[in-house]
Design a protein around this ligand. Sequence first.
Ligand code: SAM
Ligand code: SF4
Ligand code: FES
Length: 347
Amino acid sequence: MAPLIHKAAAAHYLTRDELELILNDDGCNDALFRAADKVRRQYVGDEVHLRGLIEFSNICRQNCCYCGLRRDNPHVRRYRLAEDTIVDFAAKAASYGYRTVVLQSGEDEYFTVERICSVVRRIKEFGLAITLSIGEKSFAEYQAYREAGADRYLLRIETTDRQLYEDLDPGMELANRVRCLDDLRTLGYEVGTGCLVGLPGQTMASLADDILYFRALDADMIGIGPFIPHPDTPLAAAKGGDVILSMKVMALIRLLLPYSNIPATTAMETLHPNGRILALQSGANVVMPNVTEGEYRQWYQLYPGKICVNDTPAHCRSCITGKIAAIGRPVATTHGFRQRNSSHNAI
Ligand code: SAM
Ligand code: SF4
Ligand code: FES
């Protein structure tokens, strides 16, 4: 596998078959992680960007079979934060030194375009970059958020396997997800996407397709998380994803999209006590600590065992800063926009 990893690190390209070969071979994992760490250092440097995550509503009109927040789950204690509370959490995030907040929610129709735009405008006054992660919307809605000041948008493709996507996301169409991501790109957002690893029926070939899709989209940010089965969903009995395979997918993405921003995801740490630090040493350069206050964290349960549900924003901030410092990496003080010295990630 060494020549293939070498090729990927130098040319930032592999074919679908080559990606599949690496994904199938666990003998090359250490070499792959080392190569991704090196490319990360070379292209985006040692700095780790922190993005403060505000989970502002767990109400969702969608019914994704893998997600604990799906509309048919009656066991969720539903909440939505008042607009003033969201703005207050963002102000506190700024005071802890965050330069970006990620506003995430289910697809909650209470949050009309006017409400979201008003929240975005108010938060922009703190000098923060804003990432929205609120699901599938129309071009006009995305345009309004952008004009209000939203900088980035996070919408995982989840899987590029159309049959699998449409089986697991009832009532949704892969073509619309792709349309959303294309619209976001047209509107000048930094586009964040990503996939779940370990969905039932997902193959290595399909993960290879996901990686090539991210490259074709020239995604600015790509988040990879193992799928963790939630007991109150139709996938309760599924096996779930593997943290090592998730890190392999992530490392390959670093090799193929060297300038992208790649988070060490919360789901990785849920499956492995040191998952985020291992990810930061295998290609990742971003962490998204939770800055939601109080009990809401416990109620935003996409999957069981989510980390930090009983912690405070102040505690998480010092916890993660300490862990990052312990591996000799600095926390960035800039907004952390995606770096590029060419129009295409892959040079
Ligand atoms: N509703 C928006 C959306 O779907 O894009 C944003 C919130 S949604 C909860 C954020 C992400 O959570 C999804 O893109 C999905 O990949 C992830 N997620 C949902 N259920 C999960 C599970 N059981 N295990 C791991 N990640 C999960
Ligand atoms: Fe809703 Fe997002 Fe969960 Fe799907 S993944 S049910 S859209 S919160
Ligand atoms: Fe939340 Fe460590 S980041 S407790």
